[in-house]
Design a protein around this ligand. Structure first.
Ligand code: ADP
Length: 265
């Protein structure tokens, strides 16, 4: 038999194809593992409120008629835990939708006004103060509902993990807009910082559960930012405070004039 000689050039090409193929398999495996992890984490998170609901329902079935005082406690717990489950499933859905990596409805709107409106609502809910500092009317071209959700997540976290006032600064950075959400709260330990944007990650699970946390907020924030080709970073010092910085591309409109928006109750 005559041995077939593979030309050097083709060997290189085959090698390259092999490497690309291996990389693709690696990526698929990584993705599959992440999906599996998500399903396992999600089931775990949903099981906790379900267990509470189940045990209170069973108590009610056995003692509900004999012990009227149990009724109030059980209904309260069931109501609270089903609310938690509802929030969790909504957040999981938001993450699943955000997966297609594209803002769905683009429009041009003023960022300062949006932040101001959200701050006002949260000030009422939490009975706390939020300083919103904006120097100009900044327009961005983005999915308004998603940006609203992003800001809501950052402000709510700032309030949940601090007792002091919270400040939001919106600054012009040439072609981009920078938004800083700064709190003087408990901060995030240095070792935990790299993981805060991961799904279901919480620095302190028990404390976060008390404050109604799911560990999904920042993962949603990250997916919204990715869909808008923006950037989100965090700086934090334990017991000093945390700053989340968001960078978003600017829209076309721009208006001059200095305005100071400070939410007052
Ligand atoms: P959660 O619903 O638990 O707040 P997030 O994904 O929004 O979930 O945040 C993940 C974790 O990061 C939180 O559980 C908390 O431990 C930490 N974290 C987020 N924001 C702050 C903040 N402003 N200050 C301190 N810790 C924070």
């Amino acid at each position: 038999f005559e041995r077939i000689q593979v030309p050097e050039q083709s060997k290189d090409e085959l090698d390259q194809m092999g490497q690309t193929f291996n990389r693709m398999i690696e990526l698929l495996e990584e993705n599959y593992k992440k999906q599996q992890q998500f399903v396992s984490d999600a089931s775990h998170e949903l099981r906790t409120p379900l267990t509470v609901i189940e045990s209170y329902t069973s108590l009610l079935k056995r003692w509900g008629k004999a012990k009227p005082e149990l009724l109030e406690e059980a209904v309260e717990a069931i109501y609270e835990e089903s609310g938690r489950m509802k929030g969790l499933t909504e957040q999981m859905l938001a993450l699943a939708i955000g997966r297609n990596d594209q803002p769905t409805k683009l429009s041009e709107f003023e960022l300062g006004k949006l932040v101001h409106d959200i701050a006002k609502r949260l000030e009422q809910t939490f009975n706390r103060k939020i300083h919103v500092n904006v120097n100009e009317h900044y327009f961005i071209s983005a999915d308004e509902a998603q940006i609203k959700q992003l800001i809501f997540i950052l402000l709510e976290n700032g309030l949940k993990y601090s007792d002091d006032s919270l400040s939001v600064d919106i600054v012009d950075e040439d072609r981009e807009i920078r938004l800083d959400v700064r709190d003087k709260g408990i901060g995030i330990p240095e070792n935990d910082l790299p993981y805060v944007f991961e799904r279901f990650f919480r620095v302190d699970k028990a404390r976060s559960r008390q404050t109604g946390g799911s560990g999904l907020g920042l993962a949603i924030a990250k997916s919204i930012i990715q869909a808008h080709s923006g950037e989100i970073t965090v700086r934090s010092l334990e017991n000093i405070g945390t700053t989340f910085t968001v960078i978003l591309p600017k829209g076309n409109k721009s208006a001059k004039g200095r305005i100071m928006l400070e939410s007052k109750r």
